[in-house]
Design a binder for this molecule. Structure first.
Ligand code: PRP
Ligand code: MG
Length: 211
C-alpha cells in the first residue's frame, strides 16, 4: 500500500516532472516513454503516480484522490481549486498574455470578445480592470480566433512566442507569470504530515542542488 499518491500532468511537463522525481531518488521501473499506462508505483512502493490531464490535476488533489500534484500555475488558477501550493519547481515557465493583431487598442472596444482555453483567468483579469467582456471558450488553437474573426483577442499561454509570431499576432498585455508547482491536498497535509513534509523537503533540496 503506497504512502501517498501524486498526480502528474500529462503532456509537456510530464517528462521533466519525472526527471525531477528521479533526481530525488524516486524511480518508477515500469515507466517507459511509450507506455499508455496511467498508474505506476515507485520502486520502493511508497509512492503511487497517476497521470492526469493537466487541467484535472488540481481537482484530483482538491478532492483527495491524489495527496499531491505536479501541475502548471495556469491550471491551478483556472481550476480555482482549494489546495496548498508548496513549491515552485521553476520548470514549464511561461506567461499568460492577452494577444491580438499588432496595434490593436483594447480601450477602443466597448466590450471585448475573448477566445480562450482559460475562461476563469480571462474573466478575473478583465474584471479587475473593470472591462466588459464576452468569452468564447475554445479547447486549443485559440490563435485562430482573431484571424478568423471569432474573437477580438485571445488570453493564452505564451512560451517561446512562436505560435503568436507564426500566426501574425502579438502580445498586447501581460497577465501573469506561470511555472510548474507542487500542490498538496489540505487534509493530507495534516493527516500525512510527516511523510508529506519529508517528501517536500527532499524535493526542495534536490531542486536547489539541480539549479
Ligand atoms: C500552447 C498555448 C500556445 C502555445 C504557446 O498551445 O496555447 O498556443 O502553446 O507556446 P509558444 O509561445 O512556445 O508558441 P499547445 O501547443 O498546448 O496547443 P493547443 O493550444 O492547441 O492545446
Ligand atoms: Mg495553443
Amino acid at each position: 500500500m503506497a504512502e501517498f499518491t501524486i498526480a502528474v500532468a500529462k503532456g509537456r511537463i510530464a517528462d521533466h516532472s519525472i526527471r525531477l522525481l528521479n533526481t530525488m531518488g524516486v524511480t518508477f521501473e515500469q515507466l517507459t516513454p511509450s507506455s499508455r499506462k496511467l498508474v505506476f508505483y515507485s520502486s520502493d512502493k511508497t509512492i503511487r503516480l497517476i497521470f492526469v490531464k493537466a487541467i484535472d490535476v488540481p481537482t484530483y488533489v482538491e478532492k483527495g484522490a491524489a495527496d499531491m500534484g505536479i501541475v502548471g500555475k495556469d491550471n491551478i488558477l483556472e481550476s480555482q481549486a482549494d489546495v496548498y501550493e508548496v513549491l515552485d519547481l521553476k520548470i514549464g515557465t511561461c506567461k499568460f498574455a492577452v494577444a491580438g493583431k499588432p496595434g490593436q487598442q483594447l480601450d477602443a472596444f466597448q466590450s471585448l470578445t475573448i477566445a480562450t482555453k482559460y475562461p476563469t483567468v480571462a474573466r478575473n483579469y478583465f474584471s479587475r480592470k473593470g472591462k466588459p467582456i464576452e468569452i468564447v471558450k475554445l479547447n486549443g488553437s485559440v490563435e485562430l480566433a482573431p484571424i478568423i474573426g471569432l474573437a477580438d483577442v485571445i488570453v493564452d499561454i505564451v512560451e517561446t512566442g512562436n505560435t503568436l509570431k507564426e500566426n501574425g499576432l502579438v502580445v498586447l498585455e501581460q497577465v501573469e507569470s506561470i511555472s510548474t508547482r507542487l500542490i498538496v491536498n489540505k487534509a493530507s497535509f495534516a493527516l500525512k504530515s510527516v511523510a508529506i513534509q519529508s517528501f517536500i523537503n527532499t524535493f526542495k533540496q534536490s531542486l536547489e542542488e539541480s539549479t
